[in-house]
Write a protein that binds this ligand. Sequence first.
Ligand code: HSE
Length: 413
Amino acid sequence: MSVIKVAILGFGTVGEGVYKTIQSHAEELEGLLGKKVVVAAVLIRNKQKKRNIDNDVLITSDFNEILSLPQLDVIVEAIVDKEPPYTFLKQAIQKGCHVITANKEMFAHHGNELLMLAEKHHVSVGYEATVAGGIPVIQTLRQLLNVNRVSHVQGILNGTSNFILTEMREKKQSFASALSLAQAKGFAEADPTNDVEGYDAFYKTMILSRIAFGDEPNWEDVEREGITSISSELIEAAERLNLRFKHIASISKVGGQLKAAVKPALVGKSHPFYSIEGVENAVNVQSDIVGSITLQGPGAGMFPTASAVIEDLVFVCQDQPTNKNFKLTTTPAFSKEIQEDVKEFWLIHGLSKNYRNPSIVFVSKDTEETAIIQATREEIDTLMNQQKARCYFQILGEHERAYKNDDVTIAVL
Ligand code: HSE
């Protein structure tokens, strides 16, 4: 029987997970593909390091040795950084291999070029693992929500950040120890700055944007902020107001334009993200026919990510017509006009005592310094400038219900 030969680039958390899953699910793969899937080669950096890889697998730190193999069907890329992975995948496609990547930074930058090159060479590109770990959000959007006009996508897209926020709230861990634990569990990037400063979620958001809307906003126009400004004190204050901090990516089509932001926000109990805890990710899609859908599941880690890769392996090997580019044209989402004068809810921390401004509605307060206010974006900007308030965060969803009728004592100002 003929075989499907796979090479895995990188043997970190994801690469090792893919290797083990190809072995543990050999029967399912053979049943689906009618051929045995064999790992022919693994690209590693340090040849001295001991790894649990079978003796008949080529282990090399020279990518050319892999490209020179007499038969190679699929290359799975699980490295970090844009280069050399981009160059490796281009060469693999030019050689006629299907490619699968889990590398969101590289794919956010070069996804289009890879997809076009793959189309030219009649091979497929799998990238389910680039966004939201094990949640099949890419295929859901690409295959199952084609007629629907998507108006808004919101997501918790970084497992490490969500894990840290949960540990800080539930277990009163410090930021540093929660991050160390996320690293030990294999959730964090090699450089966790990408996780905690919002870059990782930003790349994933840009990939989602192309799939959901066929386009992406100018990267410089996207507000990007990580979770490093969220102190234990703020988390506790929010909790007393029945709110939880989440790191949220949001893309919507407003007035015909794409707007995106990746930053911490607060959600109340009625928001679908309120109970997304630990390394879980979630994606909420709002579209015209189906309404609102929320997908949730593990967003990082060895096997959740391997799950996305392994499903892509079957997909690319079935020669499905997946190489249509990220949608180059799209039906515009039904769009709302920008309403600058809408008063939104904000948690504000660092106000001066007895601050009063007639246009700003104080809804409730936790302490003298921390309050929930209702204000337009312009008003909040003015307030921040006048008051040098230390920070403010938007409260998303129908949060009012979250703190009405509860037993928290709230002083309404
Ligand atoms: N570091 C990433 C995260 C891994 O924490 O979400 C999955 O992309």
